[in-house]
Design a protein around this ligand. Structure first.
Ligand SMILES: *Cc1c(COP(=O)(O)O)cnc(C)c1O
Length: 396
C-alpha cells in the first residue's frame, strides 16, 4: 500500500493572506458587529450579482432566517428534494411547517420540476407555501422554470445554493444566471463550512433583491431588535426622551435570534472569496479529468459530462458495489463520501410517514452514488492515484 497522505472528499484551503487578515481583525476594535461584516456582505452580493447580502452564523441559521422572514408557520407545506443535507428541510420544521418531498431527476440529481408540478396540480391551489430547490453538488437548478411555477401557484422560493457559489444556469434568453442572484428566487442561502467552496470556519450568507425581506433578515439576525427612530412603536415619552428618542433606545419588535457571524470569520470569508473563481476553475479541471478517465469504464453508471455552470462542490459517480469501492478506497486512505442518505428516510422524517418506495429515483440514486475527492488543492498526483484505485477495484 502506498504511504500517501489521507485524501478527504473536500478540504479547505487557507493561505498566508487569509491568516494575516484574521490576525489583523483580532487586533482591531471589533471581534463582532464591526466593519468586516458589511465588507463581506458587499463583496458577496457583488460576486453573486444580488442587491443585498446578509452574513450569518452558518448555513442552517441562514435557512431558518429565510423561513422566518417568509412567514413559514404551523401547517404551511413546503416542497424540497430528498437528496440534500437535512438542513434544507429542517428550516421548515423549525417554524412548524410541513416538509413535502418530491423525487429527483436521475440525470441531474436535482429536484425534478415535473414531480413538483404534479404535486401542485393534484392539490387545491393554496395548498403549498413555497419551494426550496437545491443546487445540489454545485449544479445550478433552472430557477427560471421554477419561478414560472411559483408565480402560477403563488409560492415563494428559497434557493439552497450552499454547493454552488459561482455556479450558473443559462436561461431561455441565453443569459447566464448566477446562483443566488436574486432574479428568480426570493432568497438564496450559502454556507461557509470548510468543506464548501468558501471557508470561514462556520458561516453563512443570504442573498436577495427584495428590500423588505432584507430588512426583516437584518432584524431577525439580531434578536428582532430595531434601532431606527422612524420605525419605533413605543412613544418618545415612554422611551424617556423629550423631543427625540434617546441614544440608548432600541426596540425588540419580533422574536429573533443571535445568528451573527464574527468579524474575524467575515474577514476570512472575504479573503477566501477573492480566490473563489480560481477555485472554481480548478474544480472544473478536476471534474474534466475524472470524466475523461472514467467515461469508457464499464463500472460507471451515472456520470454526466462536465456541465457548463456546474460549480462542482461534489464529483459524484454511480457504481455497482459501492460499499466495496468505498471500503477499498478507505484502505488506500481515500475518504470518499456518500451524498446524501435520502432525507425522507431519516428516522425523524420517517416519523411523518415517509417511507421506502416514496421516491424511487432518489432511492435508486442513493444505492449507487459515491462522491470522489474534489477540492482545489487536490494535486494531479493525488487525483491520478484516486483514478487508478477506482479503476483497479473494477479490474480496469
Ligand atoms: C452545508 C449545507 C447546509 C448547511 O450549512 P451549515 O453552514 O453547515 O449550517 C445546508 N444545505 C446544504 C445543501 C448544505 O450543503
Amino acid at each position: 500500500m502506498m504511504k500517501n497522505k489521507p485524501i478527504p472528499y473536500g478540504r479547505q484551503h487557507i493561505t498566508e493572506e487569509d491568516i494575516q487578515v484574521v490576525i489583523e481583525t483580532l487586533k482591531s476594535d471589533y471581534l463582532t458587529q464591526g466593519p468586516r461584516i458589511e465588507e463581506f456582505e458587499e463583496a458577496f452580493a457583488e460576486y453573486t450579482g444580488s442587491k443585498y447580502a446578509v452574513a450569518v452564523a452558518n448555513g442552517t441559521a441562514a435557512l431558518h432566517l429565510c423561513a422566518l422572514a417568509l412567514g413559514v408557520k404551523e401547517g404551511d407545506k413546503v416542497i424540497t428534494t430528498p437528496i440534500t443535507f437535512a438542513a434544507s428541510a429542517n428550516c421548515v420544521r423549525y417554524c412548524g411547517g410541513e416538509v413535502v418531498f418530491a423525487d429527483i431527476d436521475p440525470e441531474t440529481y436535482l429536484l425534478d420540476i415535473n414531480s413538483v408540478r404534479k404535486l401542485l396540480s393534484e392539490a387545491p391551489k393554496g395548498t403549498y407555501s413555497g419551494i426550496i430547490p437545491v443546487d445540489f453538488a454545485g449544479r445550478a437548478i433552472n430557477l427560471e422554470e421554477y419561478k414560472e411555477l411559483a408565480k402560477e401557484y403563488e409560492l415563494w422560493i428559497i434557493e439552497d445554493a450552499c454547493h454552488a457559489p459561482g455556479g450558473f444556469f443559462t436561461d431561455s434568453q441565453n443569459e447566464k444566471q448566477l446562483c443566488g442572484n436574486g432574479k428568480f428566487a426570493d432568497l438564496a442561502i450559502f454556507s461557509f463550512h470548510p468543506v464548501k467552496h468558501i471557508a470561514s470556519g462556520e458561516g453563512g450568507m443570504i442573498t436577495t433583491n427584495d428590500e423588505v425581506l432584507y430588512n426583516k433578515l437584518l432584524q431577525l439576525r439580531t434578536h428582532g431588535i430595531v434601532k431606527n427612530d422612524d420605525l419605533y412603536e413605543n412613544s418618545i415619552e415612554f422611551a424617556g426622551g423629550e423631543d427625540n428618542y434617546p441614544g440608548w433606545y432600541m426596540e425588540m419588535q419580533d422574536l429573533g435570534y443571535n445568528y451573527r457571524i464574527t468579524d474575524f470569520q467575515a474577514a476570512l470569508g472575504s479573503s477566501q472569496l477573492k480566490r473563489a473563481d480560481k477555485g472554481l476553475i480548478r474544480r472544473r479541471e478536476i471534474a474534466q479529468k475524472y470524466f475523461n478517465e472514467f467515461q469508457n469504464g464499464k463500472f460507471i453508471k451515472g456520470q454526466s459530462g462536465v456541465v457548463e455552470g456546474h460549480a462542482y462542490h461534489l464529483y459524484i459517480i454511480e457504481v455497482e458495489n459501492r460499499l466495496g469501492l468505498y471500503n477499498y478506497l478507505r484502505e488506500n486512505k481515500i475518504f470518499a463520501q456518500v451524498h446524501y442518505i435520502p432525507c425522507h428516510l431519516m428516522p425523524y422524517y420517517r416519523s411523518f410517514g415517509w417511507k421506502e418506495g416514496n421516491f424511487p429515483k432518489a432511492e435508486n440514486y442513493y444505492r449507487h452514488c459515491i462522491s470522489l475527492p474534489m477540492f482545489p488543492t487536490l494535486t494531479t498526483e493525488e487525483q491520478e492515484f484516486i483514478i487508478s484505485k477506482v479503476k483497479s477495484f473494477y479490474g480496469e
